[in-house]
Design a protein around this ligand. Structure first.
Ligand code: ZN
Length: 288
């Protein structure tokens, strides 16, 4: 947060220093672009093989085989979802929100990929459709589907509310979902929960203080965010207690709705089309 009054004197060339043009940290021109036409063609005749309803203020876990699609769908009312993803056979390989943000920006949409953590660093999933792609950025700098938030959790809530305990935060919901899906102990399950993709959430940073803000999600029933699973995935989705996140979270105050996860298997997968990116840990040029 910026100080109201600076404590230090600016140098004589301060304005010139501020006027320097920014440079993109990670130019992505060298990243292979997903062939969206091929992904979309693969949806023709696909078959829904599973679906899951995530109740309000709870989470649910699901698996998606490599080569299948999954959708997170808004049902009944505006609702934000907190998504975690892991490589199904190795929960140490998990979604890396920070590097996904560094590569694709603060908010993700069609054509962006969800990358796994170091030392793996490969696409876990590719976003193949987004019915909220019309939103873009609003006048406040807000947009949807952010990779800047972390997940609401009882520890931060306790820190800020001086002792209040609330156990349907997304962190707690995701922990219980992982326990149920994997049979792990509570502590072990909790250690697998990581920073999320905030599905449907509308967020940004205030221009004056740089603070993380949220505002009512523009999501309507029927909207969805669609992914292609690049590897076998375990997912967990929490229907955030903040509902559409227009006022507050970490309480039972907001109106909350369920979310639906739908999993689709394409009729046929073209030979050689699905070729999961190499796990970089297997390469010889890992961390020295
Ligand atoms: Zn939440």
């Amino acid at each position: 947060m910026k100080l109201d009054l600076p404590e230090h004197t600016a140098p004589a060339d301060a304005e010139a220093r501020k006027a320097l043009a920014p440079v993109i940290c990670y130019p992505v021109e060298t990243l292979p672009r997903p062939d969206l036409a091929a992904y979309r063609a693969a949806r023709a005749g696909w078959e829904k093989i599973d679906e899951l309803i995530v109740p309000p203020r709870e989470a649910g876990a699901f698996t998606v085989p490599a080569g299948c699609f999954f959708r997170i769908v808004s049902v009944e009312g505006p609702q934000v979802g907190d998504l975690n993803l892991w490589a199904q056979g190795n929960l140490q390989e998990r979604f890396f929100s920070g590097k996904t943000r560094a590569l694709h920006g603060t908010h993700v949409s069609t054509g962006d990929r969800l990358w796994s953590c170091l030392p793996y660093l490969r696409p876990l999933a590719t976003i193949t459709d987004d019915t909220l792609d019309w939103y873009g950025f609003d006048a406040f700098g807000g947009s949807v589907h952010d990779v800047i938030g972390t997940r609401c959790d009882p520890y931060t809530h306790n820190l800020l509310s001086h002792g209040d305990h609330y156990h349907h935060c997304c962190h707690s919901n995701l922990t219980r979902a992982v326990m149920q899906a994997t049979g792990r102990t509570k502590l072990d399950a909790e250690m697998q929960v990581h920073d999320v993709l905030n599905v449907f959430m509308c967020t940004g940073f205030t221009r004056d203080t740089g603070q993380y803000f949220m505002k009512a999600s523009p999501v309507r029933p029927g909207d969805y965010l669609e992914f292609f699973a690049e590897i076998d995935l375990l997912g967990a989705l929490s229907a955030c207690p903040g509902g559409d996140c227009s006022s507050e979270h970490s309480s039972d105050t907001a109106a909350c709705y369920p979310l639906k996860v739908e999993i689709y298997r394409p009729q046929a997968t073209p030979d050689g089309w699905i070729s999961p990116a190499p796990n970089r840990y297997d390469r010889t040029h890992g961390c020295g």
